[in-house]
Ligand binder design. Structure first.
Ligand SMILES: [Zn+2]
Length: 213
């Protein structure tokens, strides 16, 4: 089987996405790149029926290489992100708070320093029908200098160096959106400025488990 490890990672993260409530029904999709190929969730298959052999393997133009089922309808967005960014994995979901904000604002502002993990304030790009080249183009434009984008009246897309990172970024994004929605219920939230976000970005470079000095 081509890309066995990648297919297994796709299945594991797709099940998690479903269990974590980051999407509903069969919506949402994710992919991981290996060289000139990518493994991506198939279209419309319930997550409890997803197995490594049902995951689609396609090339960077989206042409099927080993795809027993039709690949995700958002394949054009995935291939566009791989072509235009440093992504090795892409996660696309319909999380509640990100989608709520997608109907209300043009940007998720810097409400918390965690947003530095996403590159700063997250853009909301205009609506385009799902699965279209237009949506793929808008999504990639919205990702300029960011690893997350919110799609108006639709959902969110994040990318990372691997599926774990892309997935965690979706979790960060949804948490930040929830924070903003909750804060706005009580008033006008204080925001961080660009220098504060830059300082958080610099601090993150040194964050994580380190050998003891
Ligand atoms: Zn979608």
């Amino acid at each position: 089987m081509k890309l066995r490890d990648e297919r297994e990672a796709v299945v594991a993260h797709a099940r998690r996405m479903d269990a974590d409530g980051l999407t509903v029904g069969t919506s949402g999709n994710l992919s991981v790149r290996a060289g000139d190929l990518l493994a991506i969730t198939p279209s419309g298959l319930p997550y409890d029926q997803l197995t490594p052999d049902t995951v689609s393997v396609v090339d960077l133009e989206g042409r099927p290489v080993d795809a027993p089922l039709r690949p995700s309808s958002e394949l054009p967005m995935h291939t566009a992100v791989y072509r235009e960014t440093a992504a090795t994995a892409v996660v696309h979901t319909h999380p509640v708070f990100a989608t709520v904000l997608s109907t209300l604002v043009d940007e998720l502002p810097a409400i918390h320093y965690i947003i530095a993990h996403l590159g700063g304030p997250v853009r909301v790009v205009p609506y385009a029908p799902y699965g279209t080249e237009e949506l793929a183009r808008l999504g990639v434009e919205g990702l300029a200098g960011r690893s997350a984008v919110i799609l108006a009246n639709h959902g969110a897309t994040t990318y990372g160096a691997d599926l774990a990172q892309a997935y965690t970024r979706t979790e960060y994004l949804e948490w930040l959106c929830r924070l903003y929605v909750e804060a706005r219920k009580l008033g006008e939230p204080r925001l961080l400025d660009a220098a504060q976000i830059a300082a958080a970005t610099a601090a993150f470079a040194d964050y994580g488990p380190q050998p003891r000095a």
